[in-house]
Design a protein around this ligand. Structure first.
Ligand SMILES: [Zn+2]
Length: 341
């Protein structure tokens, strides 16, 4: 196949006066991270990749499941059948429609321990995560390092987005001082419309392009939310940092300082994640060992093992996700029994 000429590929975008040839060059030189590659993350990554952002780093720990396909636009049925990690599946899909850019997939959770490394050399971060723990971590890191980032979230028919330009605008913590407590609405409890996802992704990607081409003055200075079902929208002012903000005012980065988390419960997913990074696993050997105990399937990135009513997913770095329980004691004992204690 003959490589496409860059001029052809981006010609319609270069014609747009806000971008032009200079803007396109800037996009090609940009290095952007998309943290979380589920619904909004995959739509954002797709738009930025097609727009010609030169380097895209995609960080996601999950694997593709059939229930993702309704809204996660970078994945297809074969990715779900193989349980491919989303970061890997996304990189393959992007390479098929734009081989002229570089995608750096990382099959990982963003944690206080690895954030320096995973966001190194990045000039803009886009939020495709589904949890506030990670968003506050990104906010701490971004504020500390004066790194712009864009918050997005979507659930049910609702979506919300905010541009955070540290030192200039409000940060996430200015607007929401604390992570929400108690039951949080998630797409597993309230469902989700793919159109709400794509609206959030379109808004965030446009703001990202403005930032990258040097049109920061055009960026929105509000927390903007939409309900695509009720046709309602709301704006909350965010043009200035809030005096006394824990993150950008006091520079107290509690989420960044968070010590190692031995295991976290994935909210609303009826599952427990176990971090055992010091125990690298050979998935092919594990598959042989587990065969006598129940159905098992693996590829280079992930192993799935079914022990009714639990589904155990293992990763090469020793991480495990136990589905079917939120009881960490049960999860631990299953891990000890099948992987090691
Ligand atoms: Zn703040």
């Amino acid at each position: 196949m003959t490589p496409l000429q860059g001029d052809d590929r981006y010609s319609r975008q270069v014609l747009f006066p806000g971008i032009g040839p200079q803007g396109q060059k800037r996009l090609a030189a940009a290095h952007v991270a998309v943290v979380g590659c589920g619904a909004t993350g995959s739509a954002i990554a797709s738009l930025l990749a097609r727009a010609g952002v030169g380097r895209l780093r995609i960080v996601d720990r999950d694997y593709v499941e059939p229930s993702n396909l309704q809204r996660q636009s970078l994945f297809d049925e074969s990715d779900a059948a193989e349980s491919l990690p989303k970061a890997i599946a996304a990189a393959r899909k992007i390479a098929a429609f734009n081989s002229s850019i570089v995608v750096e997939p990382h099959v990982a959770d963003l944690t206080p321990e690895n954030i320096e490394e995973l966001l190194a050399r990045i000039e803009l971060v886009l939020d495709g995560t589904d949890n506030f723990e990670t968003r506050y971590l990104i906010n701490d890191f971004a504020v500390k390092n004066s790194l712009p980032w864009i918050y997005t979230a979507a659930v049910a028919s609702y979506c919300v987005t905010l541009n955070i330009l540290p030192g200039k605008t409000a940060c996430l913590c200015c607007i929401f001082p604390d992570p929400p407590r108690g039951a949080v609405e998630t797409c597993e409890t309230s469902g989700i419309l793919n159109s709400a996802v794509n609206l959030a992704a379109s808004l965030a990607s446009t703001e990202a392009v403005k930032q990258l081409v040097g049109a920061e003055d055009r960026m929105r200075r509000t927390l903007s939310s939409f309900d695509v079902w009720r046709n309602e929208r709301a704006e909350v002012a965010a043009e200035r940092p809030r005096p006394g903000c824990r993150a950008c005012g006091e520079r107290n980065f509690v989420h960044l300082a968070g010590e190692g988390r031995p295991h976290i419960t994935l909210c609303g997913r009826n599952s427990v994640q176990i971090h055992e990074r010091h125990r690298p696993l050979n998935l092919a050997e594990m598959a042989e060992r587990l065969k006598p105990h129940g159905p098992v399937r693996h590829n280079d990135f992930v192993l799935k093992f079914w022990h009714e009513p639990y589904e155990i997913t293992l990763f090469p770095d020793g991480r495990a996700i136990i589905k079917g329980t939120t009881d960490t004691v049960i999860a631990r004992s299953l891990y000890a029994r099948y992987v090691g204690s």
